[in-house]
Design a protein around this ligand. Structure first.
Ligand code: NG1
Length: 507
């Protein structure tokens, strides 16, 4: 059990709330917003950047949040306001749950939570946009989930994650929370991580409890299992540890973060395919199956050449004992795993396990979801090859962005293009719409274009010359959105600069 640290100096993410305002009521916040108070604008600038449009948008959202809170709960509660951003992954796809590196950046779209201490242990949540029905539950040591797929489980997962970390719900009281978000949902931009982190940060801030940001990211990655995902920790790390102006090279076990600059004169444009990559249903099954295939590949690789060390659970652990480096690891994967899909009887024989044992262990995710054998069998060679070559591309991207040669944009873009091919051909996570978008982006002059996030829909991420970004957007609009009659929709394309991570606006 970990005791909460109460030292004020260690307040969570204090560095990010340098300009945080003291606790106030929604009524006072509305008053300050209507009078355009400088300290409020400074808090917004600190979180979102100094451009007047960004500050205006932030103030408008805060206004709606305060009004909603006042109408739903009370205008006179003593409230905190926290935010947590979504993220876009530049390179390093499906590597995180293998313990291997990623390179995302936090984005300016985020989830805002206004919260106050409840008089009892109840947590009540209301959504400004009306996308989600209100929910209420009790804070307790073990919080029973709502029905599977219920959005309220994301709030519960945040609270349960922190309670598990502390080992008890002692000293906590419930919360009243109003939530507002503008991260597109089911698009691969981590709206769910932004959501859970903002809820957890609200609980921390209301109770003035401390958590080191790296530890916070670890706790939040663990809490994801509450909603049945066997994901890695990229989304949580990016949302919590994001830096304005920098993307992040993130390594796992232990979690480490290295900020890196994008090539000068480039911009990141994200294009939404408008195919929903919903994490309930098929996309989740496909995601969990990739996780299982990687574990099976690790076991088969280890069985072929056992090391004296403990049996590896993750491809990162298998790699660590293969001291000869990534190129050699790719060669060993190609030499050891056969291209034909693996069937359970063959796997059981190779791993000296009964089929039942295999189903109950390697074919079951950490969250207890049993992954049945796909009709065509498990694709181990392709999945393992993607993960290891993707790791090599992340390391190559880091080298390019650290050395920053004159042709850094072209070289980084080329690595993104190679990543996309591997995601499509070896990991099989693309879809026709993403393919169309990627080729539209290449035709429109992107240095690099690839799907981003889990795949099966969602967004592409594109590295483009900054001064040509508006023309790029128009060209992709003509090539993709207009022919699909999607061009009337809002939020098809975004220009994102790396944004700061989760933080506190009103403490
Ligand atoms: P998305 O679906 O893009 O939020 C998912 C995982 C990540 C990572 C990527 C693939 C969740 C919540 N997140 O991201 O951890 O594995 O896929 O790189 O499932």
């Amino acid at each position: 059990m970990t005791q909460p640290r109460r030292n004020k100096q260690l307040h969570p993410l204090r560095k990010r709330c340098n300009n945080a305002l003291p606790r106030m009521t929604p009524r006072e916040l509305l008053h300050r917003l209507s009078s355009g108070q400088a300290s409020l604008r400074a808090a917004c600038a600190n979180a979102y950047g100094h451009h007047p449009d960004l500050i205006e948008t932030a103030c408008t959202r805060l206004w709606a949040l305060a009004r909603h809170y006042a109408d739903t709960f009370s205008p006179d509660d003593s409230i905190v306001v926290v935010r947590a951003p979504g993220r876009v992954n530049l390179i390093g796809e499906h590597t995180d749950y293998n313990g291997l590196p990623v390179m995302p950046m936090a984005i300016s779209r985020d989830v805002l939570v206004m919260a106050s201490r409840a008089a009892d242990m109840s947590v009540s949540i209301s959504n400004v946009e009306g996308m989600f029905e209100p929910r209420a539950f009790l804070l307790e040591r073990h919080i029973p989930p709502f029905a599977p797929g219920d959005w309220g489980n994301y709030v519960k997962s945040a609270m349960q994650g922190l309670i598990d970390h502390w080992g008890s719900a002692d000293g906590l009281s419930g919360l009243r929370m109003a939530i507002s978000g503008n991260v597109p949902v089911a698009s691969g931009l981590s709206s769910s991580a932004a959501f859970t982190i903002a809820c957890a940060l609200a609980l921390l801030t209301v109770h003035k409890r401390a958590l080191d940001p790296l530890q916070f990211a670890d706790v939040m990655a663990q809490s994801d299992h509450y909603v049945g995902m066997a994901s890695g920790g990229m989304d949580q790390a990016a949302s919590i540890l994001g830096r304005a102006g920098a993307c992040l090279k993130i390594d796992f076990f232990p979690l480490r973060v290295q900020p890196v600059q994008l090539p000068p004169g480039t911009a990141i444009v994200v294009c939404h395919s408008r195919v929903k990559a919903a994490k309930a249903g098929n996309a989740r099954d496909e995601y969990n199956r990739r996780v299982v295939e990687c574990r099976l590949a690790t076991a088969v690789l280890h069985a072929a050449a056992p090391s004296s060390a403990r049996e590896p659970q993750l491809l990162s652990q298998w790699l660590a004992w293969d001291t000869s480096g990534l190129d050699d690891a790719v060669a060993r994967i190609n030499a050891t795993l056969h291209p034909e899909p693996y069937r359970l009887p063959e796997l059981a024989r190779i791993l000296s396990l009964s089929e039942e044992k295999l189903r109950a262990t390697l074919c079951t995710t950490k969250t207890g979801i049993r992954c049945s054998e796909p009709p065509n069998g498990f694709h181990l060679l392709k999945r393992a090859r993607h993960v290891i070559t993707e790791t090599r591309r992340v390391e190559a991207a880091l080298a390019v962005l650290t050395a920053m040669p004159p042709d850094a944009a072209r070289r980084f873009g080329e690595l993104m293009n190679q990543s996309h091919v591997s995601c499509r051909d070896d990991y099989a996570i693309s879809c026709p719409e993403l393919e169309e978008l990627v080729s539209a982006a290449r035709d429109a002059g992107a240095y690099g274009a690839r799907l981003t996030g889990a795949g099966f829909g969602g967004c592409t991420v594109n590295l483009v010359p900054a001064d040509a970004a508006p023309q790029f957007i128009q060209a992709v609009n003509r090539a993709y959105y207009a022919p699909h009659q999607l061009d009337h929709l809002p939020d098809n394309q975004f220009i994102f600069a790396p944004a700061s991570g989760a933080g506190v606006l009103v403490a």
